[in-house]
Design a protein around this ligand. Structure first.
Ligand code: ATP
Ligand code: ATP
Ligand code: MG
Ligand code: MG
Ligand code: MG
Ligand code: MG
Length: 282
């Protein structure tokens, strides 16, 4: 057989299967996005378009790995993908699953860049993402994992919102960022809420849910109200952009078919995991 003299090198490839019947979570995170977001003039603290781009890249992953990816959660420059326990993708080889998800996410991010960020928004250098795959034995760890990520979303967003409010109010002398850090050092949540409210008239709880709660993508059925809304939008030709075009699609689909739902809701509480329409992680 051709190459048989060389084929022994194959034996150096060690197997890396994930234990059968456990949940797998893949989390990807943008490399050096502090710099990347500066270089591309992301709005601070939250650039809504940049988050939509992350969401769209995540939807590509969830669609492509259907039905194995049952839920995805994203915030900032990261996304977590939950794979069902029965997943047999690549015979559960960890490196194959991980690299497939990181690679697809990254290429989708670039592929969708100009559509979402706007044609005039030049991509200045190739963004990259790292990834890790972690196995979890029970639903409890899965719920706690996503609670951990969403709690992180909240903590970071409260800090960043207060930080940038202070900076934007105080940047005339160029000392804004350092002073803002100093002002916030050692403050607890209630103090940050108080600064936001008393100094800037910002009610934190009224800020966009996507910023406060991150984005959760699940398979589910839309409610009749949502179907009606989507049909109305489609009929009116309303809205451009990725979210709206997704919504429009709904109108053409058969009722009751599972479809991707993009939510900005609390996933820390038990209710989310037991709601009949979501049923992630089965
Ligand atoms: P690392 O390579 O270690 O991940 P990093 O620079 O990407 O480093 P992170 O801890 O991942 O650091 O944080 C990502 C940073 O990217 C945030 O702190 C924020 O500055 C920026 N960022 C990401 N998404 C957005 C967004 N939608 N709007 C504004 N800034 C963003
Ligand atoms: P898998 O997902 O298992 O890797 P695959 O379809 O990518 O499946 P490979 O064994 O990786 O299969 O082979 C790649 C195939 O892609 C080649 O067999 C060939 O048909 C095609 N291909 C790749 N590069 C070229 C190229 N430059 N010109 C023509 N065909 C190419
Ligand atoms: Mg990091
Ligand atoms: Mg990062
Ligand atoms: Mg990050
Ligand atoms: Mg190939």
């Amino acid at each position: 057989m051709a190459g048989s003299q060389f084929a022994y090198v194959r034996n150096f490839e060690l197997p890396d299967p994930v234990l059968p019947n456990v949940y797998m979570v893949v989390r990807i995170d943008g490399k050096g996005f502090h710099r990347f977001s500066d270089a591309h003039d992301f709005a601070k603290p939250n650039d809504g378009r940049a988050l939509e781009l992350m969401n769209e890249a995540a939807r590509h992953v969830v669609q492509a790995l259907k039905p194995d990816v049952v839920l995805a959660f994203g915030e900032s420059d990261e996304y977590s993908f939950l794979l069902r326990r029965s997943c047999s993708l690549y015979k559960r080889r960890a490196s194959k699953i991980l690299t497939q998800i990181v690679s697809l996410f990254t290429s989708a991010y670039v592929f969708c860049w100009s559509e979402i960020m706007g044609k005039q928004e030049e991509l200045k250098y190739p963004p990259t993402f790292d990834g890790r795959l972690v196995a979890y034995p029970t639903a409890k760890e899965i719920r706690d994992y996503f609670a951990w990520r969403q709690a992180d979303t909240h903590i970071n967003n409260l800090y960043n919102t207060t930080f940038w409010a202070l900076v934007h109010a105080d940047n005339a002398d160029g000392l804004g960022e350092r002073r803002a850090h100093e002002t916030l050092k050692g403050t607890v949540s209630s103090e940050k809420n108080e600064i936001l409210f008393s100094r800037f008239g910002i009610n934190y709880d009224k800020l966009e849910p996507m910023f406060r709660k991150g984005t959760t993508i699940v398979w589910g059925e839309s409610t009749p109200e949502e179907e009606a809304d989507a049909e109305e939008d489609a009929a009116a030709g309303a809205g451009e952009g990725p979210m709206k075009s997704q919504e429009k699609e709904k109108g053409n689909r058969s009722r009751g078919a599972p479809e991707l739902r993009t939510l900005h809701v609390d996933i820390i509480g038990k209710e989310f995991w037991t709601a009949p329409s979501e049923q992630p992680g089965r």
